[in-house]
Write a protein that binds this ligand. Structure first.
Ligand code: SAH
Length: 404
Protein backbone atom coordinates (compact mmCIF):
# COMPACT_ATOMS: atom_id res chain seq x y z
CA UNK A 1 0.00 0.00 0.00
CA UNK A 2 1.14 3.46 -0.73
CA UNK A 3 0.65 6.61 1.18
CA UNK A 4 1.09 8.99 -1.70
CA UNK A 5 -1.43 7.70 -4.23
CA UNK A 6 -3.91 10.31 -3.01
CA UNK A 7 -1.58 13.07 -4.13
CA UNK A 8 -1.27 11.71 -7.71
CA UNK A 9 -2.94 13.58 -10.57
CA UNK A 10 -6.48 12.32 -11.00
CA UNK A 11 -8.20 11.17 -14.18
CA UNK A 12 -11.96 11.24 -13.80
CA UNK A 13 -13.88 9.00 -16.18
CA UNK A 14 -17.31 9.71 -17.60
CA UNK A 15 -20.45 8.13 -16.14
CA UNK A 16 -20.88 4.58 -17.45
CA UNK A 17 -17.14 3.96 -17.95
CA UNK A 18 -16.31 2.56 -14.52
CA UNK A 19 -17.74 -0.94 -14.87
CA UNK A 20 -15.45 -1.96 -17.69
CA UNK A 21 -12.44 -0.82 -15.65
CA UNK A 22 -13.71 -2.58 -12.53
CA UNK A 23 -14.19 -5.77 -14.59
CA UNK A 24 -10.48 -5.69 -15.38
CA UNK A 25 -10.23 -3.93 -18.73
CA UNK A 26 -7.17 -1.67 -18.39
CA UNK A 27 -7.58 0.71 -21.34
CA UNK A 28 -9.05 4.16 -20.85
CA UNK A 29 -9.54 6.00 -24.11
CA UNK A 30 -9.36 9.74 -24.41
CA UNK A 31 -13.09 9.85 -25.16
CA UNK A 32 -13.96 8.18 -21.85
CA UNK A 33 -12.26 10.87 -19.80
CA UNK A 34 -14.14 13.71 -18.13
CA UNK A 35 -11.11 15.59 -16.83
CA UNK A 36 -7.52 15.45 -15.67
CA UNK A 37 -6.90 17.26 -12.37
CA UNK A 38 -3.62 18.89 -13.41
CA UNK A 39 -1.12 18.84 -16.27
CA UNK A 40 0.77 15.54 -16.15
CA UNK A 41 3.90 14.47 -18.02
CA UNK A 42 3.40 11.55 -20.39
CA UNK A 43 4.44 8.26 -18.83
CA UNK A 44 3.63 9.31 -15.25
CA UNK A 45 1.39 7.44 -12.82
CA UNK A 46 -2.15 8.75 -12.34
CA UNK A 47 -5.03 7.69 -10.15
CA UNK A 48 -8.36 6.97 -11.80
CA UNK A 49 -11.74 7.85 -10.32
CA UNK A 50 -15.33 7.66 -11.49
CA UNK A 51 -17.52 10.75 -11.75
CA UNK A 52 -18.62 10.25 -8.14
CA UNK A 53 -14.98 10.32 -7.02
CA UNK A 54 -14.88 6.59 -6.29
CA UNK A 55 -11.28 5.30 -6.61
CA UNK A 56 -10.89 2.84 -9.53
CA UNK A 57 -7.16 2.26 -9.71
CA UNK A 58 -3.76 3.55 -10.73
CA UNK A 59 -2.26 3.51 -14.19
CA UNK A 60 0.23 5.01 -16.62
CA UNK A 61 -0.73 8.15 -18.51
CA UNK A 62 0.14 9.08 -22.09
CA UNK A 63 -1.63 11.99 -23.77
CA UNK A 64 -0.05 11.05 -27.12
CA UNK A 65 -1.80 7.69 -27.26
CA UNK A 66 -5.50 7.14 -27.96
CA UNK A 67 -5.31 4.93 -24.90
CA UNK A 68 -4.74 7.78 -22.45
CA UNK A 69 -4.37 5.55 -19.39
CA UNK A 70 -3.39 1.92 -18.95
CA UNK A 71 -4.61 0.82 -15.56
CA UNK A 72 -2.11 -1.38 -13.74
CA UNK A 73 -3.78 -1.94 -10.39
CA UNK A 74 -7.16 -1.54 -8.75
CA UNK A 75 -5.37 -0.91 -5.44
CA UNK A 76 -3.63 2.16 -4.02
CA UNK A 77 -0.11 0.93 -4.81
CA UNK A 78 3.07 2.53 -6.03
CA UNK A 79 4.17 1.44 -9.50
CA UNK A 80 7.66 0.66 -8.29
CA UNK A 81 10.12 -2.23 -8.33
CA UNK A 82 8.14 -4.13 -5.70
CA UNK A 83 5.04 -3.84 -7.88
CA UNK A 84 6.81 -5.29 -10.93
CA UNK A 85 8.38 -7.98 -8.77
CA UNK A 86 4.96 -9.07 -7.55
CA UNK A 87 3.31 -9.00 -11.00
CA UNK A 88 6.12 -10.79 -12.84
CA UNK A 89 6.39 -13.43 -10.07
CA UNK A 90 2.64 -14.05 -10.37
CA UNK A 91 2.97 -14.40 -14.15
CA UNK A 92 5.85 -16.86 -13.73
CA UNK A 93 3.81 -18.92 -11.28
CA UNK A 94 1.08 -19.33 -13.92
CA UNK A 95 3.62 -20.66 -16.44
CA UNK A 96 5.15 -23.04 -13.91
CA UNK A 97 1.70 -24.36 -13.04
CA UNK A 98 0.41 -24.87 -16.60
CA UNK A 99 3.64 -25.47 -18.56
CA UNK A 100 5.63 -27.28 -15.89
CA UNK A 101 8.39 -28.73 -18.07
CA UNK A 102 8.85 -25.76 -20.39
CA UNK A 103 12.14 -23.86 -20.54
CA UNK A 104 11.10 -21.44 -23.28
CA UNK A 105 7.82 -19.57 -22.96
CA UNK A 106 6.23 -16.13 -22.78
CA UNK A 107 6.89 -14.87 -19.26
CA UNK A 108 4.68 -11.79 -19.45
CA UNK A 109 1.88 -11.27 -21.95
CA UNK A 110 0.81 -7.67 -21.45
CA UNK A 111 -2.91 -7.33 -20.56
CA UNK A 112 -3.14 -11.09 -19.90
CA UNK A 113 -0.82 -10.60 -16.92
CA UNK A 114 -2.15 -7.24 -15.76
CA UNK A 115 0.91 -5.50 -17.24
CA UNK A 116 -0.52 -3.64 -20.23
CA UNK A 117 2.28 -2.68 -22.61
CA UNK A 118 4.87 -5.26 -21.55
CA UNK A 119 5.82 -8.52 -23.25
CA UNK A 120 8.70 -10.73 -22.11
CA UNK A 121 9.67 -13.93 -23.91
CA UNK A 122 12.09 -16.46 -22.46
CA UNK A 123 14.18 -18.41 -24.94
CA UNK A 124 16.11 -20.65 -22.58
CA UNK A 125 18.48 -18.24 -20.80
CA UNK A 126 17.87 -15.26 -23.07
CA UNK A 127 15.00 -12.88 -22.39
CA UNK A 128 13.43 -10.71 -25.06
CA UNK A 129 11.53 -7.64 -23.97
CA UNK A 130 8.95 -5.57 -25.83
CA UNK A 131 7.50 -2.39 -24.37
CA UNK A 132 4.60 -1.04 -26.37
CA UNK A 133 3.54 1.79 -24.08
CA UNK A 134 5.51 4.88 -23.13
CA UNK A 135 5.05 4.30 -19.39
CA UNK A 136 6.41 0.76 -19.61
CA UNK A 137 9.25 1.88 -21.85
CA UNK A 138 10.33 4.43 -19.24
CA UNK A 139 10.41 1.67 -16.59
CA UNK A 140 12.55 -0.78 -18.59
CA UNK A 141 15.49 -0.52 -16.19
CA UNK A 142 13.38 -1.55 -13.22
CA UNK A 143 11.73 -4.37 -15.15
CA UNK A 144 15.09 -5.74 -16.33
CA UNK A 145 16.41 -5.70 -12.78
CA UNK A 146 13.39 -7.73 -11.58
CA UNK A 147 13.80 -10.20 -14.45
CA UNK A 148 17.48 -10.63 -13.59
CA UNK A 149 16.60 -11.37 -10.00
CA UNK A 150 13.82 -13.85 -10.84
CA UNK A 151 15.32 -15.68 -13.82
CA UNK A 152 19.09 -15.05 -13.85
CA UNK A 153 19.21 -14.72 -17.66
CA UNK A 154 22.44 -14.72 -19.60
CA UNK A 155 21.14 -11.67 -21.48
CA UNK A 156 18.10 -9.45 -21.79
CA UNK A 157 17.54 -7.88 -25.18
CA UNK A 158 14.83 -5.56 -26.44
CA UNK A 159 13.15 -6.05 -29.74
CA UNK A 160 11.05 -2.99 -29.93
CA UNK A 161 10.03 -2.80 -33.55
CA UNK A 162 6.30 -3.28 -33.14
CA UNK A 163 3.90 -1.03 -35.03
CA UNK A 164 2.08 -0.25 -31.77
CA UNK A 165 4.99 1.88 -30.55
CA UNK A 166 4.31 4.70 -32.98
CA UNK A 167 0.83 5.17 -31.47
CA UNK A 168 2.60 5.94 -28.19
CA UNK A 169 5.13 8.33 -29.74
CA UNK A 170 7.94 5.78 -29.36
CA UNK A 171 10.72 5.07 -31.85
CA UNK A 172 11.67 1.59 -32.96
CA UNK A 173 14.72 0.27 -31.19
CA UNK A 174 16.64 -2.91 -30.72
CA UNK A 175 19.57 -3.73 -28.49
CA UNK A 176 20.99 -5.35 -25.40
CA UNK A 177 19.65 -4.27 -22.01
CA UNK A 178 21.72 -6.61 -19.85
CA UNK A 179 24.38 -9.30 -20.21
CA UNK A 180 25.91 -10.51 -23.46
CA UNK A 181 23.58 -12.21 -25.91
CA UNK A 182 24.87 -15.21 -27.85
CA UNK A 183 24.51 -15.24 -31.65
CA UNK A 184 22.00 -18.06 -31.46
CA UNK A 185 19.99 -19.93 -28.90
CA UNK A 186 18.99 -23.56 -29.09
CA UNK A 187 15.39 -23.39 -27.93
CA UNK A 188 13.83 -26.56 -26.52
CA UNK A 189 10.13 -27.10 -27.16
CA UNK A 190 8.68 -30.38 -25.92
CA UNK A 191 12.15 -31.92 -26.15
CA UNK A 192 12.79 -30.81 -29.75
CA UNK A 193 15.51 -28.29 -30.57
CA UNK A 194 14.99 -25.15 -32.62
CA UNK A 195 17.78 -22.72 -33.40
CA UNK A 196 16.86 -19.11 -32.91
CA UNK A 197 19.16 -16.43 -34.29
CA UNK A 198 19.36 -13.69 -31.64
CA UNK A 199 21.53 -11.06 -33.24
CA UNK A 200 22.13 -10.37 -36.90
CA UNK A 201 19.72 -9.61 -39.70
CA UNK A 202 17.15 -12.31 -39.11
CA UNK A 203 15.51 -10.80 -36.10
CA UNK A 204 12.37 -12.76 -35.79
CA UNK A 205 11.30 -14.59 -32.65
CA UNK A 206 9.39 -17.84 -32.44
CA UNK A 207 5.71 -18.50 -32.02
CA UNK A 208 5.65 -19.77 -28.48
CA UNK A 209 1.85 -19.71 -28.39
CA UNK A 210 1.64 -23.02 -30.28
CA UNK A 211 3.88 -24.99 -27.93
CA UNK A 212 1.12 -27.21 -26.53
CA UNK A 213 -0.68 -27.46 -29.87
CA UNK A 214 2.42 -28.91 -31.60
CA UNK A 215 2.12 -32.02 -29.49
CA UNK A 216 -1.66 -32.13 -29.66
CA UNK A 217 -1.61 -32.11 -33.47
CA UNK A 218 1.26 -34.61 -33.70
CA UNK A 219 -1.03 -37.30 -32.28
CA UNK A 220 -2.49 -37.70 -35.80
CA UNK A 221 0.91 -37.95 -37.47
CA UNK A 222 1.80 -41.61 -37.00
CA UNK A 223 2.46 -43.17 -40.43
CA UNK A 224 0.89 -40.12 -42.05
CA UNK A 225 1.82 -38.11 -45.11
CA UNK A 226 1.80 -34.63 -43.59
CA UNK A 227 1.49 -31.17 -45.12
CA UNK A 228 2.45 -28.20 -42.93
CA UNK A 229 1.50 -24.93 -44.62
CA UNK A 230 3.11 -21.74 -43.25
CA UNK A 231 5.71 -23.92 -41.58
CA UNK A 232 8.14 -21.16 -40.42
CA UNK A 233 10.90 -22.84 -38.38
CA UNK A 234 9.21 -26.23 -38.62
CA UNK A 235 7.32 -26.35 -35.32
CA UNK A 236 4.44 -28.54 -36.47
CA UNK A 237 6.59 -30.38 -39.05
CA UNK A 238 9.21 -31.59 -36.60
CA UNK A 239 6.69 -32.62 -33.99
CA UNK A 240 4.83 -34.62 -36.66
CA UNK A 241 8.05 -36.23 -37.88
CA UNK A 242 9.05 -37.24 -34.36
CA UNK A 243 5.59 -38.72 -33.81
CA UNK A 244 6.17 -41.12 -36.69
CA UNK A 245 5.01 -39.35 -39.84
CA UNK A 246 6.06 -41.14 -43.03
CA UNK A 247 6.75 -37.89 -44.86
CA UNK A 248 6.37 -34.23 -44.00
CA UNK A 249 6.22 -31.38 -46.47
CA UNK A 250 6.54 -27.88 -45.03
CA UNK A 251 5.68 -24.85 -47.16
CA UNK A 252 6.65 -21.28 -46.28
CA UNK A 253 7.26 -18.31 -48.51
CA UNK A 254 10.34 -17.27 -46.58
CA UNK A 255 13.53 -18.79 -47.97
CA UNK A 256 15.31 -18.04 -44.69
CA UNK A 257 12.60 -19.76 -42.66
CA UNK A 258 12.83 -22.86 -44.86
CA UNK A 259 16.62 -22.96 -44.49
CA UNK A 260 16.30 -22.62 -40.73
CA UNK A 261 13.60 -25.29 -40.64
CA UNK A 262 15.82 -27.69 -42.63
CA UNK A 263 18.66 -27.09 -40.21
CA UNK A 264 16.30 -27.78 -37.31
CA UNK A 265 15.18 -31.04 -38.90
CA UNK A 266 18.79 -32.15 -39.24
CA UNK A 267 19.63 -31.04 -35.71
CA UNK A 268 16.89 -33.33 -34.39
CA UNK A 269 17.86 -36.28 -36.60
CA UNK A 270 14.63 -35.97 -38.62
CA UNK A 271 16.09 -34.66 -41.88
CA UNK A 272 15.32 -37.84 -43.83
CA UNK A 273 11.55 -37.50 -43.52
CA UNK A 274 11.00 -33.76 -43.73
CA UNK A 275 11.36 -31.36 -46.62
CA UNK A 276 10.68 -27.65 -46.79
CA UNK A 277 9.63 -25.79 -49.91
CA UNK A 278 9.96 -22.02 -50.18
CA UNK A 279 6.76 -20.97 -51.92
CA UNK A 280 3.67 -18.86 -51.57
CA UNK A 281 1.22 -21.29 -49.97
CA UNK A 282 -1.68 -19.98 -52.05
CA UNK A 283 0.19 -20.69 -55.30
CA UNK A 284 1.58 -23.99 -54.05
CA UNK A 285 -1.84 -25.26 -52.98
CA UNK A 286 -3.32 -24.14 -56.27
CA UNK A 287 -0.70 -26.04 -58.22
CA UNK A 288 -1.29 -29.16 -56.17
CA UNK A 289 -5.02 -29.04 -56.77
CA UNK A 290 -4.82 -28.56 -60.52
CA UNK A 291 -6.04 -31.66 -62.27
CA UNK A 292 -6.03 -32.04 -66.03
CA UNK A 293 -9.53 -31.66 -67.53
CA UNK A 294 -11.78 -34.68 -66.86
CA UNK A 295 -9.28 -36.22 -64.49
CA UNK A 296 -9.90 -36.77 -60.86
CA UNK A 297 -7.64 -35.20 -58.27
CA UNK A 298 -6.15 -37.75 -55.91
CA UNK A 299 -5.79 -36.45 -52.39
CA UNK A 300 -2.39 -37.23 -50.95
CA UNK A 301 -2.22 -36.11 -47.35
CA UNK A 302 -3.37 -37.77 -44.13
CA UNK A 303 -2.71 -34.72 -41.98
CA UNK A 304 -2.78 -31.12 -43.16
CA UNK A 305 -1.85 -28.21 -40.90
CA UNK A 306 -2.73 -24.64 -41.78
CA UNK A 307 -1.19 -22.01 -39.50
CA UNK A 308 -1.06 -18.80 -41.53
CA UNK A 309 -0.11 -15.34 -40.28
CA UNK A 310 -2.98 -13.04 -39.42
CA UNK A 311 -4.67 -12.10 -42.68
CA UNK A 312 -6.13 -9.00 -41.07
CA UNK A 313 -4.90 -6.56 -38.48
CA UNK A 314 -8.08 -4.49 -38.49
CA UNK A 315 -11.82 -4.87 -38.66
CA UNK A 316 -11.86 -3.08 -42.02
CA UNK A 317 -10.07 -5.85 -43.91
CA UNK A 318 -11.95 -8.84 -42.44
CA UNK A 319 -13.79 -9.55 -45.71
CA UNK A 320 -10.54 -9.89 -47.64
CA UNK A 321 -9.12 -12.02 -44.88
CA UNK A 322 -12.10 -14.36 -45.01
CA UNK A 323 -11.59 -14.79 -48.74
CA UNK A 324 -8.00 -15.84 -48.01
CA UNK A 325 -9.01 -18.27 -45.27
CA UNK A 326 -11.66 -19.80 -47.51
CA UNK A 327 -9.26 -20.23 -50.39
CA UNK A 328 -6.66 -22.19 -48.42
CA UNK A 329 -9.32 -24.39 -46.82
CA UNK A 330 -10.91 -25.19 -50.15
CA UNK A 331 -7.57 -26.33 -51.53
CA UNK A 332 -6.48 -28.14 -48.40
CA UNK A 333 -9.73 -30.09 -48.13
CA UNK A 334 -9.32 -31.31 -51.69
CA UNK A 335 -5.85 -32.60 -50.82
CA UNK A 336 -7.00 -34.44 -47.69
CA UNK A 337 -7.45 -38.19 -47.93
CA UNK A 338 -10.62 -39.84 -46.60
CA UNK A 339 -9.99 -40.53 -42.92
CA UNK A 340 -7.45 -37.70 -42.82
CA UNK A 341 -7.30 -34.80 -40.40
CA UNK A 342 -7.16 -31.07 -41.08
CA UNK A 343 -5.76 -29.01 -38.18
CA UNK A 344 -6.29 -25.34 -38.86
CA UNK A 345 -5.50 -22.15 -36.95
CA UNK A 346 -6.45 -18.50 -37.07
CA UNK A 347 -4.46 -15.93 -35.13
CA UNK A 348 -6.48 -12.89 -36.16
CA UNK A 349 -8.28 -11.28 -33.25
CA UNK A 350 -10.89 -9.84 -35.60
CA UNK A 351 -11.95 -13.25 -36.90
CA UNK A 352 -13.46 -15.08 -33.94
CA UNK A 353 -13.90 -18.82 -33.59
CA UNK A 354 -17.46 -18.79 -34.89
CA UNK A 355 -16.64 -16.74 -37.96
CA UNK A 356 -13.56 -18.87 -38.59
CA UNK A 357 -15.56 -22.07 -38.49
CA UNK A 358 -18.21 -20.56 -40.77
CA UNK A 359 -15.54 -19.96 -43.40
CA UNK A 360 -14.22 -23.49 -43.04
CA UNK A 361 -17.74 -24.91 -43.41
CA UNK A 362 -18.39 -22.77 -46.44
CA UNK A 363 -15.21 -24.17 -48.04
CA UNK A 364 -16.27 -27.71 -47.11
CA UNK A 365 -19.70 -27.11 -48.65
CA UNK A 366 -18.18 -25.88 -51.91
CA UNK A 367 -16.04 -28.97 -52.28
CA UNK A 368 -18.74 -31.38 -51.08
CA UNK A 369 -17.09 -32.44 -47.86
CA UNK A 370 -18.77 -32.99 -44.51
CA UNK A 371 -16.55 -32.35 -41.50
CA UNK A 372 -16.47 -33.92 -38.09
CA UNK A 373 -14.81 -31.69 -35.50
CA UNK A 374 -12.43 -33.71 -33.36
CA UNK A 375 -10.55 -31.03 -31.41
CA UNK A 376 -10.48 -27.33 -30.60
CA UNK A 377 -7.35 -25.35 -29.81
CA UNK A 378 -6.46 -22.06 -28.22
CA UNK A 379 -3.29 -20.10 -27.51
CA UNK A 380 -0.93 -21.68 -24.97
CA UNK A 381 -1.27 -21.05 -21.23
CA UNK A 382 1.67 -18.64 -21.38
CA UNK A 383 -0.62 -16.35 -23.42
CA UNK A 384 -3.52 -16.37 -20.96
CA UNK A 385 -6.96 -15.25 -22.02
CA UNK A 386 -8.86 -12.82 -19.78
CA UNK A 387 -12.44 -12.99 -21.02
CA UNK A 388 -13.11 -9.52 -19.60
CA UNK A 389 -10.38 -8.22 -21.91
CA UNK A 390 -11.46 -9.61 -25.30
CA UNK A 391 -8.26 -8.36 -26.98
CA UNK A 392 -6.28 -11.01 -25.06
CA UNK A 393 -7.87 -13.80 -27.11
CA UNK A 394 -6.59 -14.23 -30.64
CA UNK A 395 -5.51 -17.77 -31.48
CA UNK A 396 -8.09 -20.42 -32.19
CA UNK A 397 -7.89 -23.67 -34.03
CA UNK A 398 -9.94 -26.69 -34.95
CA UNK A 399 -9.18 -30.20 -36.12
CA UNK A 400 -11.60 -31.98 -38.40
CA UNK A 401 -11.89 -35.41 -39.89
CA UNK A 402 -13.72 -35.95 -43.12
CA UNK A 403 -17.07 -37.45 -42.19
CA UNK A 404 -17.82 -37.65 -45.88
N1 SAH B 1 3.36 -22.53 -37.90
C1 SAH B 1 4.44 -21.66 -37.53
C2 SAH B 1 4.05 -20.21 -37.51
C3 SAH B 1 3.61 -19.66 -38.80
S1 SAH B 1 3.77 -17.95 -38.83
C4 SAH B 1 4.97 -22.05 -36.17
O1 SAH B 1 4.30 -22.76 -35.45
O2 SAH B 1 6.04 -21.60 -35.81
C5 SAH B 1 3.40 -17.58 -40.43
C6 SAH B 1 4.42 -17.99 -41.45
O3 SAH B 1 3.77 -17.83 -42.70
C7 SAH B 1 5.69 -17.16 -41.54
O4 SAH B 1 6.79 -18.03 -41.46
C8 SAH B 1 5.65 -16.50 -42.93
O5 SAH B 1 6.91 -16.52 -43.57
C9 SAH B 1 4.72 -17.41 -43.66
N2 SAH B 1 3.92 -16.83 -44.74
C10 SAH B 1 3.27 -15.65 -44.76
N3 SAH B 1 2.55 -15.54 -45.89
C11 SAH B 1 2.76 -16.66 -46.61
C12 SAH B 1 2.29 -17.15 -47.85
N4 SAH B 1 1.45 -16.46 -48.61
N5 SAH B 1 2.70 -18.37 -48.25
C13 SAH B 1 3.55 -19.11 -47.49
N6 SAH B 1 4.01 -18.70 -46.31
C14 SAH B 1 3.64 -17.49 -45.87
Amino acid sequence: MSTNVDSLPTITVKPGEADRILAGHPWIYQGSILRLSRPTPDGDVVQVKDHRQRFLGVGLFNSRSKIHVRVLSEARVDIDRAFFHQRISAALAVRRRYLPGATSFRVVNSESDLLSGLIVDKYEDVLVLQTSSLGMDQRKGMIVSVLEELLQPRAVIERNETAARKFEGLEHCQGTLAGTPPDRVEVQLNGLKFVLPVSGGHKTGMYLDQQSNYEAVARWAKDAAVLDCFSFLGGFSLHAARAGARTVVGVDQSVEACEAARANATLNGLGDRVEFTAANAFDWLKEQTLAPPNEKLFPKFDLIILDPPSFTRSRATVTDALRGYKEIHLRALRLLKPGGVLATFCCSHHVDARLFEEVILSAAFDCHRVLRRVATFSQGPDHPVLPSVPETEYLKGFAYELAR
